[in-house]
Ligand binder design. Structure first.
Ligand SMILES: *Cc1c(COP(=O)(O)O)cnc(C)c1O
Length: 572
């Protein structure tokens, strides 16, 4: 049994317990666990008010409010309760269960959403897990102890016997304290722990005051347990860095793309990392029209996404028809939610993802006059922006505003460039946008995109990527064959940062001289690239392949060690 721990988890488009890539990946991974019959259980937190509900005011300012949803409509209460000591107080934790059913309907994976929102707790405590990523400080520390230690104890209470504890991003790393408390031997603890690091931005790693951590955990384990797993050797002795806690106690430490491995190797000096490149769940992310198309021409693709290689042989007419139907759905959504009057025939680009500094969401608008000039020479351009900024991220919020301001400026100058900002980006909207556009744009600052997955979803639906050579795209891009790159292709070990001006010029240049000409003057060659996007990318960049690599490269080593130790029943 594998216990998969994650702070945010997107199991269903109606359940807003996620912020972005990490949560979506968790949902896709659990789906592949179910399909491939990997014995696993998911542990996450129940975010009663989701992440943030996004609205733009009349002047383009992002407004934040909680996301309300009906928990009991989608999940069953387990009514199982455990108590964990949290800062000298016993806190009761319960769990709701969501069942991920395999695509064929013949297997299930249980996912437990933990919450302290029960009548046994005082009103303050009940609110600890109301909103994802909004609270910092002690509340965040409590959330992560509930996830790590609460999750670990809940699995014991539910009679699970996991061999492997897979920590996805360091938020759940406190579970290691539980393991150490029960096993008492560091090497045996390590063989049970897999840690995947999902971001190469050290500023994003969770850090807490050591004193607070020790206070919080004092009722749970002796200080010795904690000292054994933390083994302070950092300069900042007063601070606990959860990523380091996870790294030091995991047999397998994993990055999410080959490039990310080299970047992380540099951050976690002295530790050896592996990598398993992320994927997307091919059935979840194919549009309804593409599902029908693939059923007709690449039968069996649902069970075996490798068969999507055959997409190259789909007749152009049928292939384009699926795309047009998706594009019509998209244009309808854009025109009903915004006043941008998009048309189906015009070349349409999407920039849809979390809005934050390193993603450079507004890069394409940096020189609006140049963009207008390109469109007037080569053909109309429609651009869809979507994504939420974290409500406390001032850089992100100002990007939202700048997109709004640039779109006002552009619409006062020309009809050849149209811009739409779609509010409240989510899984449902992502599905429609990424299958209906002509080009999927992604231009994060290299080398900060650990993997990225949205481009894989676009490719799966025959939409070519136009993207910075970082994360997964560095592994997948065949220039001018299955998409296009922005900026230079650097060595795996090159840790230098992107140059904004260089990337911008490259982006405008390729739009003007390659991409728009192909779309407006040579569409049959554009279709070739769309087909190659599917056949060269979907067979590899999916969670079935990813989960298979997890099992062979990460989980099996720990499981074999368990057997060698004659502990077939796990530790609990
Ligand atoms: C796939 C997805 C993401 C992740 O996008 P990246 O561009 O890979 O960061 C974020 N949000 C939603 C709704 C998604 O579907």
């Amino acid at each position: 049994m594998i216990a998969y721990f994650v702070m945010e988890c997107a199991v269903d488009s109606r359940i807003p317990t996620y912020s972005g890539g990490l949560g979506i990946l968790a949902g896709d991974t659990l789906q592949s666990f179910a399909d491939l019959e990997v014995p696993a259980v998911g542990i996450t937190l129940l975010w009663k008010n989701g992440f943030t509900n996004q609205k733009l005011s009349n002047d383009g300012t992002q407004l934040d409010s909680p996301q309300d949803w009906d928990i009991e409509k989608y999940m069953q209460p387990t009514n199982i309760k455990i108590k964990i000591p949290l800062g000298g107080k016993d806190v009761t934790i319960t769990a709701f269960k969501y069942v991920v059913e395999s695509i064929k309907g013949d297997n299930e994976i249980d996912v437990y959403f933990l919450t302290p929102d029960t009548p046994e707790n005082d009103p303050e405590t009940r609110k600890i897990c109301d909103r994802l990523y909004i609270e910092g400080g002690l509340t965040r520390l409590k959330q992560e102890i509930i996830l790590g230690i609460g999750g670990y104890e809940m699995l014991k209470k539910l009679n699970y016997r996991p061999f492997i504890y897979h920590i996805n991003e360091s938020h759940s790393a406190f579970l290691i304290a539980g393991l150490m408390k029960d096993i008492g031997d560091l090497n045996r603890v390590k063989s049970r722990v897999v840690f995947t690091t999902h971001t190469p931005i050290p500023a994003a790693f969770d850090k807490f005051e050591m004193k607070d951590v020790k206070d919080m955990l004092s009722g749970y384990c002796e200080e010795k347990v904690f000292n054994d797993i933390y083994r302070e050797d950092l300069e900042e002795k007063d601070e606990l860095n959860l990523s380091w806690l996870a790294i030091k106690n995991a047999k397998n430490v994993v990055a999410v793309s080959r490039k990310h491995k080299f970047v992380s190797q540099h951050i976690f000096e002295g530790y050896k990392l592996k990598y398993v490149t992320n994927g997307v769940h091919h059935v979840k992310w194919a549009s309804p029209h593409h599902k029908m198309l693939y059923a007709k021409y690449t039968a069996g693709w649902e069970e075996d996404p490798d068969l999507l290689r055959g997409a190259s042989c789909i007749p152009d007419g049928d292939f384009v028809q699926a795309h047009i139907l998706c594009k019509e759905t998209l244009i309808e959504m854009i025109n009903s939610e915004t006043d941008s009057s998009f048309v189906t025939s015009d070349f349409t680009i999407a920039m849809a993802k979390r809005i934050t500094h390193y993603k450079r969401n507004n890069l394409i608008l940096s020189n609006p006059d140049k963009l207008i000039d390109i469109a007037e020479k080569k053909g109309a351009i429609q651009i869809i922006f979507a994504g939420k900024a974290h409500p406390a991220d001032t850089d992100g919020l100002s990007i939202v505003k700048s997109i709004y301001d640039a779109s006002r400026y552009i619409s006062s100058k020309t009809k050849k460039v149209k811009i739409a900002f779609l509010e409240n980006y989510n899984i449902h909207k992502a599905n429609i946008i990424l299958s209906g556009v002509d080009l999927w744009l992604n231009n994060p600052t290299r080398p900060l995109e650990a993997s990225g997955t949205s481009g894989m979803k676009a490719s799966l639906n025959g939409v070519p990527n136009f993207s910075v050579l970082d994360g997964w795209w560095l592994e997948a891009c065949m220039e001018g064959i299955n998409g296009w790159s922005i900026g230079p292709r650097t060595a795996w070990t090159d840790l230098s940062y992107s140059d904004d001006m260089h990337d911008l010029n490259d982006m405008y240049g390729k739009l003007e001289f390659n991409i728009l000409d192909l779309y407006y003057k040579n569409y049959s060659d554009y279709i070739k690239i769309m087909k190659m996007a599917v056949s060269s990318i979907a067979p590899h960049f999916n969670t079935h392949r990813m989960v298979s690599e997890y099992v062979t490269d990460l989980y099996l080593t720990g499981i074999i060690m368990c057997y060698l130790e004659k502990e077939k029943d796990g530790i609990c």
